[in-house]
Design a protein around this ligand. Structure first.
Ligand code: FAD
Length: 477
């Protein structure tokens, strides 16, 4: 390796950092690359745990969101890593120990999806100006649907299905409530064709395929960057908590928006421009956590449903509803548990999602407590005396994680799509060349919050560097 080549230091070995290193490593004669990773493992928010039978449990990203144009799907396809389209085949349970009329539930489900499609497709010209967030818009449109239903029971079930879908959509977006999400810029996010694909072979296999394309010496673990110092004469020093200092010509910073929110003001010297600090402050970084129950002997029928849906009677303040297993005051948050997914790569496991305050609460409870609380929910809805507590409980703690501080970004009502571009803008040196670049899921205006968005953002910044070097080479010759 030519020691005189420009040295690119990448901070973070999540998909963004790895994608940048992978691409830059194809031009070894032009650049030297080092990844500094604070953690003792590679992957960031891609984190697969293998059970004894080797089935993968994903603690971070679960699905490929889309197939066409998804670079991660392409990697999996070329490497024979199995994927399968997820179907959200719902079974609706009510609190009154009954299974709700499937067709009523399905129609309400479809209607909710059609309203979301309208938002994604930005068919919002006739929406009054004062309706600013996704939650407000849904309230208005869903009321129209409910008002048209004559049958009281069907109307009640449909309203419950809407509440459940509202929660599911909040998990997907990473927000506590859809009233936080910008209505008109929700459609900035582009859905790739092909639906959600379960990574049957495990996300770790995809990660390993990428790692294998990067020379071993590039990745340095346990290197927590505490300062990125740039001087007037373009010297860049990257300082780590153990005292190591790396000299760099260009830095790509891929740490999460959660880390930037916590540390941007101390990490960079001199400080980042005010407009970048402003968008770091305003863009939202949600908290989503998972609880996974693994059963040696599952109690649900095989291959019939993908999602068990719990249709709670009323809003959170009505605790008893005359039903069995009334909730205590400190258990009312359980009413937010709206579903359990039967996950494709591991059909013996149920996956519960938590978002916002609930996600933070889940981090503070013990696995034993979670086992008991969530088993109560299952028993409340599913009339089956054989339901036992699970054999294994796995729970994530993305908010506590000192290297992430949350789960993924979204465009809230305080921000807009353009803010994402500001976050992605490079800091230039005095000659106008890129000096400190930004990649990571939150910097991709079309695919923020996703694994493929992170990967594409890393490639974007690597290409920015290669384009600059190419241009300089042309000018010199
Ligand atoms: C629960 C959950 C579910 C998800 N589900 C999906 C899904 O189904 N599909 C999907 O497409 N996406 C999903 N995502 C989102 C996806 O995982 C992320 O968008 C993507 O992995 C982010 O990659 P990144 O490289 O931008 O950031 P990260 O993966 O966060 O990488 C940043 C790296 O920087 C390191 N770092 C931080 N601070 C420092 C420092 N000071 N010095 C050195 N290193 C540092 C971190 O340790 C980390 O490794 C999910 C995420 C979560 C948390």
């Amino acid at each position: 390796m030519d020691e005189n080549c420009p040295h690119v230091v990448i901070i973070g070995s999540g998909l963004a950092g790895l994608a940048a290193a992978e691409l830059l490593s194809t031009c070894k004669e032009k650049v030297r690359v080092t990844i500094l990773e604070a953690n003792n493992r590679v992957g960031g928010r891609i984190f697969t745990r293998r059970l004894q039978d080797n089935s993968p449990i994903e603690l971070g990203a679960q699905w490929f969101h889309g197939k066409v144009g998804n670079p991660l799907y392409d990697i999996a396809a070329k490497s024979d890593i199995a994927t399968r389209k997820s179907s959200y085949n719902d079974r609706f349970y009510t609190e009154n120990e009954t299974i709700a009329e499937q067709s009523v539930g399905d129609s309400a489900n479809d209607y909710f999806s059609s309203i979301l499609e309208r938002i994604y497709d930005r068919q919002l010209d006739d929406v009054p100006e004062h309706i600013q967030n996704v939650g407000q818009f849904l309230d208005v449109e869903l009321k129209k649907y409910l008002d048209d239903i004559q049958d009281n029971f069907a109307r009640a079930v449909s309203a419950k299905v809407f509440r459940y879908r509202d929660r599911e959509e909040s998990h997907t977006s990473g927000c506590s409530t859809l009233h936080d999400v910008h209505l008109r810029d929700f459609g900035e996010y582009l859905e790739l064709e092909g639906g959600d694909l379960a990574v049957i072979g495990g996300y770790d296999k995809v990660l390993q395929t990428i790692i294998d394309r990067i020379p071993k010496e590039v990745i340095r673990l346990n290197q927590m960057v505490v300062k990125i110092k740039s001087s007037d004469n373009n010297e860049l020093n990257v300082e780590c908590s153990d005292g190591n200092v790396y000299k760099a010509d260009i830095v790509i910073c891929t740490v999460s928006l959660g880390i930037l929110k916590n540390q941007a003001k101390v990490l960079f010297q001199p400080n980042l421009p005010a407009k970048k600090l402003d968008v770091i402050d305003r863009l939202a970084f949600g908290v989503v956590n998972k609880v996974i129950f693994y059963y040696e002997k599952p109690f649900w029928p095989k291959n019939q449903f993908r999602r068990l849906v719990f249709l709670w009677n009323d809003e959170i303040d009505d605790k008893n509803c005359g039903c069995k297993l009334p909730l205590e005051d400190d258990e009312l948050w359980l009413k937010h548990v709206s579903s359990a997914h039967i996950i494709l790569p591991c059909p013996n496991a149920l996956l519960f999602w938590f978002v916002g305050e609930d996600a933070i609460r889940v981090e503070k409870l013990s696995e034993k407590q979670l086992s008991s609380y969530l088993t109560r929910v299952l028993k409340k809805f599913i009339v089956d005396k054989t339901i036992q507590e699970p054999d294994i409980v796995i729970r994530t703690k993305w908010h506590e994680d000192p290297y992430v501080r949350g789960s993924y970004s979204y465009v809230n009502t305080n921000a807009c799509g353009k803010d994402i571009d500001v976050l992605a803008e490079p800091i230039l040196d005095y000659q106008g060349r890129p000096l400190i670049l930004f990649a990571g899921e939150a910097t991709d205006r079309s695919y923020y919050s996703t694994a493929h968005g992170a990967y594409l953002s890393g490639q974007r910044e690597a290409n920015r560097i290669l384009d600059t070097l190419q241009l300089e080479k042309k000018i010199q010759s």
